[in-house]
Design a binder for this molecule. Structure first.
Ligand code: F6R
Length: 608
């Protein structure tokens, strides 16, 4: 959440910073700001709302600079006002700081600094940083930042510039992601590689507790004890084009349409059809440990957790390993029973979700083997887990997760095959799952070809203000995911739960104004689902059934039908989620909402 970009080089920093910031807008967008240094002077501008507002304010302004920092904010402490927007400044205005994360002891620090005469202009926790740095500043900016950070409790990813030190930019990280982009005669700092991909694909990931002094031609990284860190320059494989809209109206639609390719990319080079097994390079080192595990706990948040719930069914049915799925945000507050025979699987698109990261750290402390299913290469969860599998879904920019979910399900199927084949899964079963996985991309294409029908359906239903989503077994998590997709981008109240639960209370809500989406493919629980549909019909609820192509009998009980191709039961969610995503997308569009950047949300939740 929130985005940081910093630049130092020979170019005019403003355009580079604003372009980079726009690519981070999906991470938070309630206010933004920029600070530029030139001729030992500091210039700045801030605006409420989207980055375009900042751009408008900057147009016609006469200042420029070869070093600068900027920020797009997702409010935690303090309302989204101009005063609360970053950068924040020291009293003399010479030091500017942009900050992601939360300074937990900010109140104490603020009170102390106020006593020393510092004047605060915002309600934010972040503003203590420039004042603290100012307090320690004696000409060496890096040293002042280091001393300031030693006083701070909480999390931070920061970039700092000073008009008194115009040839450098300082960056530091603890708990909030930060990368250095290494260019030719120019260097960058960003909270997300997407911001700098247009300029360089060479990056250094800062680790927690590291601080960097960045100049245009070089950079040095040290730890908090001033020890030099030897760092590795990584090459980013994603292209700028992949992180842009490619002619589509919204990132979300582009990402939904990419899903056939995503399934191919997530399985590429990993299937061993003749052996009915898979090869997962990221798990090879721990393959022997995996043979010994007796329990799996999946930790994740939101959509990623729903993928985990599908994974629970897969792993228990096919790998025969008891599996639980935990809200990552609750994991460390319970007393989870975890030991060295437990594997924790963290599922996270961004690899930066604070709660998921905290769950992993807690599990490690207890001796569990930690594994990641992560999309963003080099992200914190990818680096902190013992081993893992990358999704290879490419950058996901729309706030509502779509293609990451299908890739998470695909990777979970691969892990199920691997663990199953280490245990009792037969060669034939392994072969069958692989064959079915290979058939998925074409089947997703079939669903996408019929998107016009889903668009029509969405228009019909876009006026309703409540929805219920139901499903059973492998498709129960899809009911939750379908409801989440709808509510987060259309702001329609929607709830999803196992179909059998409905009659234990929620059925009281049903009337002719309360449509119900029932995810009921022709699988082992189809008849049970239809019994629940009949109960809704008896209460005059509108019914949309999502079922398997050719299942004409569903037409008798539904107001509307969405068909998907037939698939192996455990893989059906990979197909069934696609119409649910399209439905939410079109409903949001018909309501005239900002699909890619829904209110109050941010792409990557790096605070607790
Ligand atoms: C919903 C959505 C969120 C994320 C959740 C976890 O569309 O995107 O629910 O799934 O915040 O994020 P990651 O996967 O980055 O850990």
């Amino acid at each position: 959440m929130c985005g940081i970009v910093g630049y130092i080089g020979k170019k005019d920093a403003e355009n580079t910073l604003i372009e980079g910031l726009k690519r981070l807008e999906y991470r938070g967008y309630d206010s933004s700001g920029i600070a530029l240094v030139q001729n030992k002077k500091m210039f700045s501008e801030k605006a409420i709302g989207k980055i375009i507002n900042l751009e408008e304010k900057l147009s016609g302004k006469k200042f420029s600079g070869n070093v600068g920092i900027c920020h797009t904010r997702w409010a935690t402490h303090g309302k989204p006002t101009k005063e609360n927007a970053h950068p924040h400044f020291s009293c003399d205005g010479d030091i500017a700081v942009v900050h992601n994360g939360i300074i937990e002891n900010y109140q104490t620090l603020r009170d102390d600094l106020k006593k020393k005469g510092h004047k605060f202009l915002s309600e934010t926790d972040s503003e203590v940083l420039p004042h603290l740095i100012e307090d320690f500043y004696k000409g060496d900016l890096r040293e002042a930042v280091l001393k300031a950070l030693k006083c701070v409790q909480g999390t931070y990813g920061i970039a700092v510039v000073s008009s008194k030190n115009p040839d450098e930019m300082i960056a530091a990280r603890k708990g909030s992601p930060l990368v250095l982009g290494v260019g030719n005669g120019e260097n960058f700092v960003a909270s997300d590689v997407a911001a700098i991909l247009g300029y360089t694909n060479q990056v250094v990931y800062l680790n927690d507790g590291e601080i960097a002094r960045v100049a245009s031609d070089d950079f040095q990284i040290t730890d908090m004890d001033n020890q030099q860190i030897k760092c590795e320059i990584n090459k980013i494989e994603w292209s700028l084009e992949e992180s842009q809209k490619g002619g589509h109206e919204h990132f979300m639609l582009k990402e939904i349409l990419e899903q056939p390719k995503v399934v191919v990319d997530s399985t590429r080079g990993r299937l061993l059809p003749d052996e009915g097994s898979v090869k997962l390079g990221g798990l090879e080192e721990v393959e022997e440990d995996l043979r010994k595990i007796e329990k799996i706990i999946i930790v994740a948040c939101g959509t990623a957790r729903y993928a985990g719930l599908v994974g629970e069914y897969m792993l228990e049915e096919y790998a025969e390993i008891p599996t639980e799925v935990e809200f990552a945000s609750e994991f460390r507050y319970r007393k989870p029973i975890v030991d060295e025979r437990t594997a924790i699987i963290a599922i996270s698109q961004s690899g930066e979700t604070a709660d998921t990261l905290a769950a992993i750290r807690e599990a490690k402390r207890k001796g569990a083997l930690t594994l990641g299913i992560v999309n963003v290469v080099g992200s914190t969860i990818a680096r902190e887990t013992d081993a893992g599998v990358y999704n290879h879904a490419g950058p996901e920019i729309a706030v509502a997760s779509t293609k990451a979910f299908t890739s998470q399900l695909t990777v979970l199927a691969l892990i199920t095959i691997l663990l199953g084949r280490q245990r009792n899964m037969s060669l034939d079963t392994g072969k069958k799952i692989i064959e079915e996985l290979e058939a998925l991309p074409e089947k997703i294409e079939i669903i996408l070809k019929n998107k016009v029908d889903i668009k029509k359906l969405s228009e019909k239903y876009s006026k309703y203000s409540d929805f219920m989503y139901l499903g059973r077994k492998y498709c129960f998590p899809l009911a939750e995911e379908g409801a989440l997709k709808l509510k987060e981008i259309s702001y329609i109240h929607s709830e999803g739960f196992p179909a059998g639960e409905m009659k234990h209370g929620s059925i009281a809500l049903i009337d002719e104004d309360f449509p119900v989406v029932c995810v009921a493919p022709k699988d082992s629980v189809y008849e049970k689902n239809i019994s629940n549909v009949e109960e809704i019909r008896a209460r005059k609820g509108k019914i949309i059934i999502l079922t398997t192509q050719g299942n004409k009998e569903a037409e008798k009980v539904a107001d509307d039908i969405i068909y998907i191709p037939d698939a192996l039961e455990m893989l059906t969610p990979i197909l069934a989620v696609v119409p649910l995503q399209l439905f939410a997308y079109y409903v949001s569009s018909f309501r005239g909402l900002d699909v890619d950047k829904p209110r109050n949300l941010a792409k990557s939740v790096t605070v607790e």
